[in-house]
Design a protein around this ligand. Structure first.
Ligand code: SF4
Length: 392
């Protein structure tokens, strides 16, 4: 699994606190060179993680097509070790970029090997989109979707947001109906949260926005689950739904705690050392600091240091060796987000046994489709955070 973080956006959405900068065309050249340098310096590591590629951000679609080609070129050794193509290659796009750049762009990304597009739609209500400070309106989202499908990309995911205090249930139903009328292969629906670094957090502080009540968000989550189930979508992770066979490979591996390599400013990586040699496994998380200027200058100056166990680690990155307790908590937290759940024996070994038994007897954890696993039933997904916090 390789993740590439593109730290640029066309505008900032009011709810977002991801690391990103407003894109000006001049930024692309040096950034792409630095990204290629990072990919080159981690070639051996990348060669072992080749099944899926996810280019996200930020907004990767702000980059011109030649810049995207250069990124894919830089990852050629990794792609070759996957037999010439990634089984799943996802690109995140903004609807306005898709419509403005047109068919040539879509054919270009398709010929690069992109076989899955994830589009940030968020809502089909124009007032809501303006409030979020999105760049597109609903008709642009519809047009972009048609264009993507028209270019032959047959696996499209759309992102939606609920749990906004001025989003009433009827508006939410209309957005869902519109989304379902497109029949995308995948839908991710996230409850709005107030992130401390976002402009929405400032609006809350200034009394310009009041958070949705828990009941309001819960109602909208229930509407979401019901409608998507009626249309044949599988609810395979708290926020993710897919038509059968279209569960996201990349994200599913992440939820199974599979090692991954992240490239670009702010991107995280997880690698495991000592696996398979009978020795103790060491889980190492590293991350590039979220600063595009420092990222570019350090990679282009070739400044590197030797990190844990002799691995060459490019500056400016940081790393930590996870304790076994951290590993088990992460594995439980990630696994219980999904319908697959976590092995019962693993939960018994690494969680609070008394509280685990209470959760099972009260129906907050039930056997998954593989009965040796336990999962949170869909009706309790909405309160999964508190269930998980109770047992780890
Ligand atoms: S939500 Fe996406 S498009 Fe909006 S500011 Fe954040 S990264 Fe950029």
């Amino acid at each position: 699994m390789i993740y590439v973080h593109i730290p640029f956006c066309g505008s900032f959405c009011n709810y977002c606190d991801f690391y990103s900068e407003i894109f000006s065309g001049q930024d692309a050249g040096a950034f792409i060179k630095a990204l290629a340098a990072e990919a080159g310096s981690r070639e051996v590591e990348l060669a072992g993680k080749t099944d899926t590629l996810y280019i996200g951000g930020g907004t990767p679609s702000v980059l011109p097509l030649p810049a995207l080609c250069s990124i894919v070129d830089a990852l050629k050794p990794a792609r070759m070790s996957a037999g010439g193509c990634f089984s799943e290659f996802t690109l995140e796009v903004n609807p306005e970029d898709v419509v403005r750049k047109g068919r040539e762009y879509l054919e270009g990304i398709s010929s690069l090997g992109v076989n899955r597009v994830s589009m940030g739609v968020q809502s089909f209500d124009d007032g809501m989109l303006r409030w979020m400070n999105r760049r597109h309106d609903s008709s642009t989202a519809l047009k972009a979707y048609d264009m993507i499908r028209g270019a032959g990309i047959g696996n499209v995911s759309i992102d939606l947001i609920f749990g906004i205090s001025h989003l009433d249930d009827d508006m939410w139903r209309k957005t869902l109906d519109m989304a379902l009328s497109l029949r995308p292969q995948h839908i991710s629906a996230y409850q709005l949260s107030i992130e401390p670094g976002s402009s929405l957090a400032l609006m809350v502080k200034a009394g310009k926005y009041r958070e949705a009540t828990e009941q309001q968000s819960r109602n909208q989550y229930d509407i979401l689950c019901r409608k998507l189930a009626e249309e044949g979508y599988i609810h395979y992770e708290i926020s993710n739904f897919a038509l059968p066979g279209y569960e996201a490979e990349h994200n599913s591996a992440y939820w199974r705690h599979v090692p991954y390599a992240g490239l670009g400013p702010g991107a995280h990586s997880l690698r495991i050392e000592g696996a398979g040699c009978g020795g103790e496994r060491k889980y190492i998380r590293s991350w590039n600091i979220p600063d595009v200027r420092k990222y570019v200058s350090s990679f282009l100056s070739g400044c590197q240091e030797t990190g844990v166990s002799g691995h060459r680690t490019a500056l400016p990155s940081r790393m930590e060796i996870l304790t076994m307790e951290q590993v088990s908590i992460e594995r439980i937290m990630l696994g219980l987000r999904t319908s697959l759940g976590v092995e019962k024996s693993y939960l018994e070994a690494y969680s609070d046994r008394a509280r685990l038994d209470v959760m099972i007897s009260e129906g907050f954890l039930v056997p998954a489709s593989d009965p040796s696993f336990l999962r949170i039933p869909e009706r309790h997904f909405f309160i999964s955070d508190s269930i998980i916090a109770d047992i780890v």
